[in-house]
Design a protein. Structure first.
Length: 252
């Protein structure tokens, strides 16, 4: 078994954490779960699977994923979300690695995302560095979706299977969260929204997903993703615009 520690962040992931840990254990000697206050059986399931559980209120995506890195027994870290699994080809590729050979400090895998049983082709291939050497690589310290920054990356065969949404209603429910977070991130970076920004960004997101990323080849699933992407982009800038106008009024 390669000397790798898996780190998984969780919040109410009782339906996912067991299979995630089982997947990680195929290539990792150690699994650490960083839980941010689950009220379901997540912690009990993780501990029953032999994972070490660390309790930490949510710090944001990047800081939360980095929180347990200093606690790991090994320098090589595999980061998985609770709703992700390694496929057989990825497991074989990781097991065969001579970690760090040729100065590589990060390994990337393609991620295949699903809504229910439907593979969402416009989101593929989503290359992600998830296996990295903590001595020279690590997650960006950002609250939104963070990525690993590494000096030299090698791409591996195989996939991370991402069971991101139960169904389209789940997509709709989560979209509100991402709209709010996206608007806050834009504001934090000093962005301003004009009246034209919501429709222009919404249209651009639809065209990019449906035409640029080939959503039209993915049938109704591709159309659904393009519409959700357009709505999310539109509303992110609409919320930013609303908050900036309210800020002007409160500053009078």
């Amino acid at each position: 078994m390669p000397p790798i520690t898996a780190i998984v962040i969780t919040l109410d992931e009782a339906d996912n954490i067991g299979p995630c840990i089982d997947s990680a254990r195929q290539v990792c000697e150690e699994v650490i779960v960083v839980d941010s206050g689950s009220s379901d059986e997540t912690v009990a399931i993780a501990e029953a699977r032999g994972a070490r559980v660390v309790h930490q209120p949510y710090l944001g995506d990047g800081p939360q994923k980095a929180h347990a890195v200093p606690l790991a027994r090994h320098d090589w870290i595999l980061s998985l979300d609770a709703d992700e699994r390694l496929d057989a080809q990825a497991v074989a590729a990781i097991r065969a690695l001579e970690l760090g050979a040729g100065g590589v400090d990060g390994y990337a895998l393609r991620r295949k995302s699903f809504v229910g049983e439907a593979w969402v082709r416009p989101w593929y291939p989503d290359w992600l560095v998830r296996l990295y050497d903590r001595r020279s690589a690590g997650f960006e310290p950002v609250r939104g979706h963070a990525r690993v920054k590494a000096r030299k990356v090698q791409r591996l065969p195989g996939h991370i299977l991402h069971y991101s949404y139960r169904d389209w209603l789940h997509v709709a429910e989560r979209t509100t969260f991402f709209i709010d977070r996206g608007a806050r991130q834009l504001a934090d970076r000093g962005h301003r929204a004009s009246p034209w920004d919501p429709p222009l960004h919404g249209l651009a997101a639809f065209l990019k997903t449906y035409l640029g990323k080939g959503g039209w080849r993915n049938g109704l699933t591709g159309l659904n993703v393009a519409v959700v992407s357009a709505y999310s982009a539109y509303m992110k800038y609409a919320v930013l615009r609303e908050r900036q106008l309210k800020g002007r009024e409160s500053g009078r």
